[in-house]
Write a protein that binds this ligand. Structure first.
Ligand code: HEM
Length: 437
């Protein structure tokens, strides 16, 4: 395979106004309709003390205004489906692992969205076969080899090089937003300058703001951009995700082995950018916030880089940027002694599971030195995040480079102080103004 250089330096060139439009956590939540004013953690703690599994959607149990990621929850048959929520680590793990009864079909319950999120909305055996076809691109040796060498290192270097000429920066926009969107776009084979156009089109396909016509136009833009790459890579394969997927085979029991269709490749690329773009942007901001808000943590990690990996994992435990995910009960079941009838929605609260006091001492504290044990910030079971190694690599390379170049970096006292904000379903930082030198 011939590697086609991917224009990583474009990570610092693209139109800033599009960044402003696409990368503000509060605006994103307001536009999605799920913004909450309050810190949800005290509410989760109180709810967890009342019971590991409870009847009611998570927002209802926490006393927050009703909103659900999945429109079909309220629009399905004209009336709201029944909801349950899971709040402790052990029960969240149990729910995530029971994919036979608690299904990812929840993701395709919005009419018209069939096959929109690829493997995320599949159950077995289809899910296993499709995930297997792509999985080896995301294993740790590739995330720290191929992904870092080909894409992440160059993108981070270009960003840091630009920052070197500045005294101040707003790292939410200047770094956190840029690294993931450029990594995935360039890995897919797009040119760096196309990354934001791709993300904007992708987000418009999910937003009902511009009406169905604008959604269809955006979907067509996404499909066209990926199709162009498919045609190019079919003629001349490179080391990129599309060339990989063109060569991959999917083997569904009873159907035999076959290559992925162009439609399946488009859907997978769309999922990668959706699943990997927003999450890593917000999580990198949360990590920076944790380290700079109490600067002795920054100093500790800077002095001993072996602490960087634990810092990344602790940020995911302490404040996972997606605090909840849901499942659909496709059979009558039971979790923690609570009967859950077929057809109900189960909200699994990763955020409260990650602060379960039976698993972690002082769970509300961000503690660099705590005994590390698996958290649930990347999910669990069959659908556990496929891109986690890539996300960890992006955060590692970015933070490592910042610590090397800007050892004195600190929060800018003359700018608005950063804080955590967003919805219950996705959280991140308000901004991250820093003095670099
Ligand atoms: C800090 C960043 C990230 C977080 C917190 C995160 C979290 C998650 C979680 C919780 C799930 C499971 C959802 C469910 O069970 O319903 C998931 C699935 C997934 N993620 Fe990530 N993710 C991150 C970054 C990424 C990146 C960078 C990529 C791609 C390069 C990616 C690709 C995927 C894919 C493809 C799935 C679907 C897996 C499946 O259904 O089998 N994620 N992610």
């Amino acid at each position: 395979m011939v590697f086609m250089a991917g224009g990583v330096a474009d990570a610092v060139k693209t139109d800033d106004s599009l960044y402003d439009e696409l990368y503000d956590v509060k605006t994103e939540a307001l536009e999605t309709g799920n913004y909450i004013e309050v810190d949800p953690y005290p509410l989760m703690k109180a709810a967890q003390e009342r019971g590991a599994v409870q009847k009611g959607f998570l927002r209802e149990v926490l006393g927050l205004p009703f909103w659900h990621r999945h429109r079909a929850v309220v629009e399905g048959g004209g009336e709201r489906l029944q909801g349950y929520c899971v709040l402790t680590f052990a029960k969240a793990e149990e729910a995530f692992r029971d994919n036979a009864r608690l299904s990812n079909k929840i993701y395709k319950m919005t009419p018209g969205d069939e096959k929109f999120l690829g493997i995320l909305e599949m159950d077995n055996p289809e899910h296993f076969a499709h995930r297997k076809a792509a999985q080896s691109l995301f294993i740790k040796p590739r995330a720290v080899g191929l992904w870092r060498d080909r894409w992440i290192n160059g993108i981070v270097e270009a960003i840091v090089e630009k920052l070197k000429s500045q005294d101040r920066a707003e790292l939410n926009m200047d770094l956190c937003a840029r690294v993931p969107v450029h990594t995935i776009s360039v890995a897919v084979g797009l040119r760096g300058e196309e990354a934001l156009i791709f993300r904007k089109a992708l987000i418009s396909t999910l937003s009902s703001r511009g009406g169905p016509e604008s959604q269809m136009a955006a979907a067509a833009t996404v499909a066209r951009m990926v199709t162009e790459q498919i045609e190019l890579r079919r003629k001349s394969p490179g080391e990129d995700i599309i060339s990989w997927l063109l060569a991959a085979e999917v083997d569904i029991p009873g159907e035999g082995s076959r290559h992925l269709t162009d439609g399946e490749i488009i859907t997978f690329c769309r999922l990668l950018l959706l699943a990997g773009g927003g999450t890593t942007w917000r999580q990198m901001g949360i990590l920076l916030f944790a380290l700079l808000d109490q600067r002795d943590r920054w100093e500790a990690v800077r002095a001993d880089r072996k602490l960087l990996e634990p810092a990344i994992q602790e940020s995911m435990r302490w404040n996972p940027n997606n605090p909840m995910f849901s499942r659909l009960a496709v059979e009558d079941t039971e979790i923690g002694g609570v009967a859950i009838p077929k057809g109900s929605v189960v909200d699994i609260c990763l955020a409260s599971a990650n602060r379960d006091p039976s698993r972690w001492d002082n769970p509300d504290e961000f503690d660099l030195f705590r005994k590390m044990q698996p958290h649930i910030g990347f999910g669990m079971g069959a659908h556990m995040c496929m891109g986690r190694n890539v996300a960890e690599s992006e955060m590692f390379v970015a933070l490592d480079a910042l610590m090397n170049e800007f050892p004195n970096m600190r929060i800018d006292p003359d700018q608005p102080a950063p804080f955590l904000t967003g919805g219950l379903e996705q959280r991140g930082i308000s901004s991250m103004h820093v003095l670099l030198k």
